[in-house]
Design a protein around this ligand. Structure first.
Ligand SMILES: C[N+](C)(C)CCCC(=O)O
Ligand SMILES: O=C(O)CCC(=O)C(=O)O
Length: 480
């Protein structure tokens, strides 16, 4: 229709048409002319945004417009407009806040109007699927017990009303009844803004990037163990910045395991529950020598490398052994900006890693990982790079080998730049915790004779760390 035959635009056209219907006739007709020439998906999106602004009427206005028309017309647009971020956030002071709820039968949506005039829309099918009654939900597990087999994914509703206690009550065609608390609904509003806010609250994906100017945040080990506020501060900072230093740990083995119990449990690997970084004869890993370790992430030889790493210093070398860290996400963003071809190569080619030997038991590990992992939206989510375990098997067509090496070299030269590197020296009782999906870490070579340098290490995964973080956030701030 509006996109001159480009089929990928048809869905957009339909949305634009519905948005147009929300706008008073005078504005609409002048807009329509310019829309007729909208030929690309990009410009269609821009048009969307323009319409979005125009369509930000409160529900009351919508109702006036709709009321003026006798014929049923397409109703609006869960995607933009009437749903607000405010509609997603639980009301302050616990005030309930449903002004009105009604069924839009044609669209199979429930429309909830909140006390502040904002609206949210909820698909009937989703509401039926998420009925909170004891028949549909196992309340002791807060888990769905209704089966998909029993869900009519095209359900209508029989009746909608707001109860005396301000819940939204729905009677379904089979006379099953569901009641929804206002705060429960608000939290699950489908507007893009509300969804984004909810996802950030759940996953805390916003990060602060840093370079050599970083002052590594430092907390007291015992406070983190015993005080919820300190523990929350620790994990929030670990998530946002990627590194937190703890001081004052007892100078004896077992502290990384103790700290992991503060969270849940540690991640067992072939190097054991915890592992001892020392200069060992017949070392089964390059970390167990006194040599320099160039900047690396741990364990890219696994397809799911450990998310978080703890290192506790029990004894430091007399000479050398300083630690280095770099913000891999920061360097990757620089690479994306300044060397887009290299970024493209490192985010697309999969590189073989290998690790064989014996420790907790014997192992022969192989993986294929991209050096820089990005998610569906193109955000950098993980760095996988340890030069020691990068396999000599390189599963690339001949003509891609040179560009792979050039790209990797560019990335490594960037991370090695002094303006990106933070250097520190661990002393006995210091314990560093860092994001192993984000930071690259290394150490300077050390002289190993009279005093034996000794760090104890352990891994955790982000799922367990984030789980503890959410629980602590609730305990400390009381939010959901
Ligand atoms: C040996 N250990 C556990 C200190 C590090 C292993 C990391 C790696 O080889 O990628
Ligand atoms: O020895 C160190 O300081 C760091 C050890 C290390 O990088 C590792 O175990 O992965």
């Amino acid at each position: 229709m509006l996109c001159l035959g480009n089929p990928s635009c048809e869905a957009y056209d339909a949305q634009i048409f519905r948005l147009l219907m929300l706008i008073p006739e005078a504005i609409r007709s002048s807009l329509k002319d310019s829309l007729l020439f909208t030929a690309t998906r990009h410009t269609t999106e821009l048009t969307f945004r323009m319409l979005y602004s125009l369509a930000r009427f409160k529900c009351s206005l919508l109702q006036v417009l709709k009321g003026a028309s006798r014929t049923p017309r397409p109703i609006t647009v869960p995607r933009f407009g009437h749903q607000t971020l405010a509609a997603a956030l639980p009301a302050v002071g616990g005030s309930p806040g449903v002004r009105q709820a009604r069924a839009l039968d044609h669209e199979r949506l429930l429309q909830v109007q909140w006390d502040d005039g904002a609206c949210s829309f909820y698909p009937f099918t989703w509401l039926r699927d998420n009925c909170q009654c004891p028949l549909c939900t196992l309340q002791s597990a807060q888990a769905r017990s209704i089966l998909l087999t029993d869900l009519d994914v095209h359900t209508g509703v029989d009746q909608v009303r707001v109860t005396d206690s301000n819940k939204v009550s729905i009677t379904w065609p089979d006379q099953h009844n569901s009641e929804f608390e206002p705060d429960w609904l608000k939290k699950r509003c489908f507007s893009p803004e509300a969804r984004q806010a909810r996802q950030e609250e759940l996953f805390l994906n916003e990060r602060d990037f840093w370079d050599s100017g970083l002052q590594i945040p430092t907390l007291d080990f015992k406070e983190v163990l015993h005080d919820d506020k300190a523990a929350l501060d620790w994990l929030m900072t670990l998530r946002r910045l990627g590194i937190v230093y703890l001081k004052g740990a007892p100078v004896e083995q077992g502290q990384v395991a103790r700290l992991s119990q503060r969270i849940g449990y540690l991640r067992l690997t072939f190097y054991g529950h915890t592992w001892q970084v020392q200069d060992k004869p017949m070392a089964n890993n390059i970390a167990y020598t006194s040599g320099k370790l160039s900047l690396h992430t741990d364990y890219p030889a696994l397809h799911h490398p450990p998310g978080v790493q703890f290192l506790h210093c029990l004894q430091q070398a007399q000479q050398g052994g300083e630690s280095e860290v770099v913000d891999g996400f920061h360097v990757a963003e620089f690479l994306r900006r300044e060397h887009p071809d290299a970024f493209n190569t490192l985010t697309s080619l999969r590189v073989d890693f290998t690790d064989t030997g014996s420790d907790y038991c014997d192992f022969s590990v192989q993986s294929k990982n991209r050096i820089i992992d990005v998610d569906n939206e193109g955000r950098v989510v993980r760095i996988n790079y340890n030069n020691a375990t990068r396999d000599s098997v390189l599963d690339l067509p001949l003509d891609q080998v040179q560009s792979f090496y050039s790209s990797l070299k560019t990335f490594v030269e960037l991370m090695d730049q002094p303006e990106n590197v933070v250097t520190y020296r661990m002393e006995p009782g210091d314990l560093v915790t860092f994001d192993n999906w984000r930071l690259l870490h290394g150490r300077k070579r050390y002289v190993s004779h009279s005093s034996l340098r000794h760090l104890e290490g352990a891994y955790l995964d982000w799922d367990e760390v984030m789980s503890r973080l959410r629980i602590l956030r609730k305990a400390v701030h009381g939010d959901s």
